[in-house]
Ligand binder design. Sequence first.
Ligand SMILES: Cc1cc2nc3c(=O)[nH]c(=O)nc-3n(C[C@H](O)[C@H](O)[C@H](O)COP(=O)(O)O)c2cc1C
Ligand code: SF4
Length: 413
Amino acid sequence: MNVNEIENYAKLQPLSAPYAKGKVKLPNRVCFQPMEGCDCMENGAPSELTVEKYVKAAKSGAGLVWFEANAVCPEGRTNPRQMMLTRENLPEFKKLLSDMRSIAAKEAGISPVFILQLTHSGRQSITPMIAYRNPVYEERRPACDDMIVTDEYLDTLPAKYAESARLAIEAGFDGVDVKSCHGYLFQELLSSFTREGRYGGSFENRTRLYLDSIRAVKAAVPEDFLITTRLSVSDMVKKPYGFGTDEEGELDMTEPDRLIGILADEGICMLNVTVGNPYHNPHVNRPYRQGGYTPPEEASVGLERFETIERHVKENYPSLTVIGSGLSYYRDDLIGQSERQLREGICDVIGYGRVSLAYPMFYRDSLKGEFSGKKCCLACSKCTLLMRAGQVSGCAVFNEYYRELYKRTCMNK
Ligand SMILES: Cc1cc2nc3c(=O)[nH]c(=O)nc-3n(C[C@H](O)[C@H](O)[C@H](O)COP(=O)(O)O)c2cc1C
Ligand code: SF4
């Protein structure tokens, strides 16, 4: 298809239209978002449960599969079963990706793009490694000065990101995500206003490690390899303990704009937009319908915030492919809202998080006219509660295995 044909097709079938911008070429606009299952082997290799989830992603027809958080080093793992690609377990990753490519071709008739999310969990690591003392975060999880990582330790990380990116190429990934979101190390550094030294205080210092890591990855990979990022454009935590906010905790795009401009100049091709910190304000990141707590804002406020930010990024940084988030809330209206966002130019590709666990075949069912709102995610947080309880995580409503696990481990606690 030429550009005009794609544009015409996109008006009629927005989700199914192929997408092309620069290096990014996707068979459709459906992205399975990174969803950590905490279910890998202790050495970081995919387990049977991990494989099961990614095989479903391959069958789903999604044109873009964004793999879950993958630690770049053992001390940066958030739990002992977090994904971690290493030289030793490379064959298992190679096999998974090769199987996924065959399955996607055979069952969905497409060749999807696979991105690996590279992360260091920082404050959320098994032994917390914090950027600075943050009283807002420490209300829930106390910390102490000994946990503050040294500049010398941070200096070692860009090389680790570069090495993970090299391994990702060998494993068969099309690109990596240098992740800065949800309160993990790089995101926390963005708000390290009160930290001393090379990684705190000024904008240049707070963004240094993130940008140095992107540059190290860039130097380690061939030109056509995709370097992407998932960014909490704002964590919606009051300045000086949050990024992209003012002293009242309202969204302030001044610094995010400056940062996104640099990311675009550095050659980042896809920006997977996210907001908030799920350990502090989970409703911001995952608009919420039912469950054990009452969020301080209506879901509509969070949904609108996503759209405002995504539209802003798409309008102002035309070189970036913008991935949208937070749509699992819509249930019956999932496809309608996705198509509307694409038609209105809010984002380029729709990212699906919780619904990809609850109802992995939703997109292919929609193509056949068999989409069922009843199978869609309830936005109930049980998958997150499983994770927080130290269990493997999946949909505790629609998947029997996780439903039983949830009953045994999370109910009446
Ligand atoms: C159980 C669970 C695991 C998640 N794991 C990740 C992850 O590994 N990396 C990431 O960037 N976001 C992760 N997220 C956030 C999702 O990718 C997504 O942004 C969020 O759920 C909002 O989208 P949704 O409304 O479609 O669910 C996770 C969310 C949940 C509920
Ligand atoms: S447990 Fe299932 S239904 Fe509930 S939020 Fe998670 S994916 Fe959705």
